[in-house]
Design a protein around this ligand. Structure first.
Ligand code: GDP
Length: 309
């Protein structure tokens, strides 16, 4: 990507989109294109086509999506499948019509089968049934992958798909009802320290294993793949190692400076026992994650203090 290339970041206010923007600015890219959902409704085919015809981007990072946790997925299945299908189909077809140089589509590791062996290899896609709680979202994301592959085959478009593992960092959702574990624990330990509470309650047994990738590492991987990868096959983005929720809670406790006890509420679900991606493919291409989790938690906590506390 030349420094003056016109780069459209769809979903620039989200966790991943905002990290990609920060990184592009830092690297001296000057011609960044964004549109809020008020300015451009990505579900509206005519509007998306008109936007691409007028703006003529060279590169597209497709990080826009309807996202949410387990509860949101089960309450609004139609929103999750419909909105994501429309966003992907409209952006991908408009990108082809506008003759853009290259597009990177952000997927998710929930596209892998529920019972797939760990670590999750890219070739496990579509080998067995999905986790039913988020299959609406997963089916839409799989359709996005297939769109990119089909457009590569039929039109020779350079449209690639990447699957990041669990992400955390600035601009995450810190709402205790709907957030993932990392931002939830940051908020819980922070509040407990402030209010002088003796304990913090962590859901489940603390035994499940999760992998956590800082979103700045994810943005770094996205730029790297935009520059160096043109294959049809999907590429996982992850750290390649995991830790237990109990270990994570201990790290967040230290970062926040909470001095009380951690208690586990085993009436809350553990979810899947382990979720770890295989990163051999991206490592072989020459990329690996570099932000240590301790550092990532500390900087995310600083961001939380400045923006959400
Ligand atoms: P998952 O990776 O899709 O299971 O989603 P989460 O990030 O929401 O949960 C990961 C694990 O963290 C599960 O075992 C949760 O039970 C556990 N957990 C512990 N405390 C919390 C919390 O306060 N919020 C959330 N969301 N998960 C928590």
């Amino acid at each position: 990507m030349e420094k003056h290339a016109r780069i459209y970041i769809a979903g620039h206010r989200g966790l991943v989109g905002s990290a990609i923007i920060r990184r592009l600015r830092q690297d001296g890219y000057t011609n960044l294109l964004t549109a809020t959902s008020q300015e451009l409704d990505l579900r509206d085919q005519a509007a998306v086509r008109a936007f691409f015809e007028k703006e003529r981007p060279d590169y597209v990072f497709l990080a826009a999506a309807k996202v949410g946790g387990i509860l949101a997925n089960s309450n609004f299945p139609a929103d999750f499948i419909y909105q994501n299908l429309m966003i992907e189909a409209n952006v991908i077809e408009s990108a082809r019509l506008a003759g853009i140089e290259k597009l990177l589509f952000l997927g998710s590791t929930c596209i892998y089968p529920k019972m797939a062996p760990q670590p999750l290899k890219e070739e496990y896609l579509l080998t067995a049934p999905l986790e039913p709680t988020n299959e609406w979202y997963a089916v839409a994301k799989i359709a996005g992958i297939k769109l990119c592959q089909a457009y590569q085959r039929q039109y020779g478009c350079k449209f690639i798909s990447v699957m990041p593992t669990n992400l955390y960092g600035p601009e995450d959702n810190f709402d205790l009802e709907s957030s993932h574990v990392m931002p939830a624990l940051i908020r819980k330990f922070h509040q407990a320290r402030q209010q002088g509470e003796p304990t913090v309650t962590v859901w489940g047994t603390g035994k499940p294993l999760r992998e956590f990738l800082h979103v700045d590492d994810c943005a770094d991987a996205c730029l790297f793949l935009m520059e160096h990868y043109e294959g049809e096959e999907i590429v996982n983005i992850g750290v390649g190692s995991d830790l237990t929720i109990a270990e994570l809670a201990e790290l967040v406790k230290q970062a926040v400076g909470f001095e009380g006890e951690i208690v586990f509420d085993t009436s809350k679900p553990d979810g899947t026992p382990r979720k770890l991606v295989d990163v051999s493919r991206i490592n072989a291409l020459g990329w690996r994650a570099i932000i240590p989790i301790e550092e990532g938690i500390a900087s995310t906590y600083r961001w939380f203090l400045e923006n959400k506390a």
